[in-house]
Ligand binder design. Structure first.
Ligand code: ADP
Ligand code: MG
Length: 249
């Protein structure tokens, strides 16, 4: 589904991501962990085309130029951020609809000659948006401004927006950050549900227990490099991984 080869990102003298290669199969749920500053967010940005990066990327065996977020999105990849990127002045449903562009009969000509088709397409978008809000448990707040949401609800709203965009692969940066235990359990159920629907997931997170229960595979980054890639039990038993987190004895 997704393959990255020798992805590198540097900021001045700092090599934030240093030749990272990995692949994610269709339907797989892969976790990414690593100490703060190990390059996790920068790697996700590189994959999504949001920064200048070296290396190569394929989505479903199609090569994609790095640095082109439009192409990555068109190839079916959507992303959520470490700090939820929601628009406070918009309602929840409006936030969600941002990911559902209606390309079917858009533009001036569409407006002039294909209005019933545009309305039908818009109606379908709104239905999809409500279904996504329902999925994360925010449908009752659909028409309320996002400004009134709790921190956890902003995370769920951002996830609803991603779901409404019907990604084939969903990339998430620390989705459990700032969530309490009950909210984290909910998130786990939600993401397992998405996986059961066939969505491929790539999830950066700090909560090891959460990732262990969600993911079939874990990739560990340290100083911008992959130091482990395998089954959760193997990876978390690996001495190099333990040392990366806790320091050596
Ligand atoms: P993580 O998400 O694993 O905590 P980041 O990807 O945010 O790590 O950061 C990796 C490294 O890149 C860090 O050393 C960080 O200071 C640096 N970095 C990240 N973003 C920038 C930026 N926009 N400009 C300069 N340095 C950056
Ligand atoms: Mg980060």
């Amino acid at each position: 589904m997704l393959r990255a080869s020798e992805v590198s990102v540097r900021f001045g003298g700092v090599v934030a991501v240093d030749g990272v290669s990995f692949a994610v199969r269709s339907g797989e749920t892969v976790g990414v962990v690593g100490p703060n500053g190990s390059g996790k967010s920068t790697l996700l940005n590189a994959i999504c085309g949001l920064n200048r990066a070296g290396g190569a990327l394929w989505i479903e065996d199609r090569p994609l130029r790095l640095g082109r977020p439009d192409r990555v999105r068109a190839a079916g990849l959507l992303r959520t951020f470490q700090t939820p990127q929601t628009f406070l002045e918009l309602s929840c449903i409006e936030n969600v609809l941002l990911s559902t562009s209606s390309r079917a009969a858009g533009g001036m000509l569409g407006a002039l000659f294909a209005r019933p088709r545009m309305w039908r397409a818009d109606l379908r978008r709104i239905e999809r948006g409500y279904a996504a809000l329902q999925r994360v448990g925010l449908e009752a707040l659909a028409t309320r401004p996002a400004a009134g949401l709790s921190y956890g609800q902003h995370r769920y709203l951002e996830i609803a927006r991603a779901i409404a965009g019907e990604p084939r692969i969903l990339v998430m940066d620390e989705p459990s950050a700032g969530l309490n235990q009950a909210e984290t359990e909910n998130l786990l159920r939600l993401l397992r549900g998405l996986r059961e629907d066939g969505m491929t997931l790539l999830v950066v997170d700090h909560k090891i227990d959460f990732l262990r229960r969600l993911c079939g595979r874990i990739i560990v980054l340290r100083l911008g490099r992959v130091i482990a890639d395998g089954a959760p039990d193997e990876v978390f038993a690996d001495q190099a991984v333990v040392e990366a987190y806790l320091g050596s004895a």
